[in-house]
Write a protein that binds this ligand. Structure first.
Ligand code: TIU
Length: 223
């Protein structure tokens, strides 16, 4: 049964049964001091406002028994899935694979890759480790969603203009109806977050829709 919520650039209509919540990279490496985000010179406290809205979305999807996917930006310990072009980019104090205060940066199995405790996955919720910025690159996520009959995606997580926007664009090109939860995503650069929200919803929703978390939660309550 379809539900409709107020969104930009126009109403977003979705069937909760064929909708997944995709929480992008809410992991310690981006949200806590000592991880990848901090090593790149960012103020990680700027991402904290997204935590409570992400939790509200998780609570609503859990209460309705809906599909939830968590992603983590993470590489194999041998870094065979991390091209040098990615590892050597920029002047990070700690590069991917280097040992930091939360273990090796962005490496599967290390403490920094873990999703923050407030948003920890529950049993039955899929956790997709992704070697790229986009959640569809080299992950099998598209096949997983199609096998589950998912057609619409609600996006949340960090950072807005890097992994969230990349994933939303990948999803849009694969035919999913995508909505970005405006307050459940943050960037180290507030202006980039604002620009992303504007650009994905411009031109009649060229990439998709956006709406506040309360609109998504409210629609699920009514649905
Ligand atoms: N640096 C930055 O803003 N983001 C990333 O490197 N990865 C994600 O967005 N997850």
């Amino acid at each position: 049964m379809k539900v409709i919520l107020d969104a930009k650039p126009c109403a977003f209509s979705f069937d909760p049964a064929t909708t997944a919540l995709i929480v992008i990279d809410m992991q310690r490496d981006f949200l806590e001091p000592g991880g990848f985000g901090a090593a790149l010179g960012n103020d990680v406290s700027l991402l904290a406002p997204a935590i409570a809205p992400c939790r509200a979305l998780l609570d609503a999807f859990r209460a309705n028994g809906l599909t939830i996917i968590h992603t983590r930006e993470a590489h194999r310990p041998d870094l065979g899935d991390c091209p040098p072009a990615k590892r050597l980019r920029g002047d990070a104090r700690l590069r991917i694979g280097d040992a930091g205060p939360m273990g090796r940066i962005l490496v599967i199995g290390e403490p920094g890759v873990e999703i923050i405790p407030e948003l920890a996955p529950l049993p039955g919720e899929r956790v997709v480790d992704k070697p790229g910025k986009g959640a569809f690159h080299a992950t099998g996520l598209d096949e997983m969603l199609r096998a589950s009959g998912i057609r619409s995606l609600i996006f949340a997580g960090v950072t807005t203009e890097v992994c969230v926007q990349t994933s939303m664009r990948e999803a849009n090109d694969r035919g999913y109806e995508c909505l970005l939860a405006e307050d459940a995503t943050e960037s180290y650069f507030p202006a980039f977050k604002a620009a992303t929200l504007a650009m994905v919803t411009a031109q009649g929703g060229i990439v998709g829709w956006s709406a506040p978390t309360r609109a998504v939660v409210g629609a699920l309550r009514c649905g």
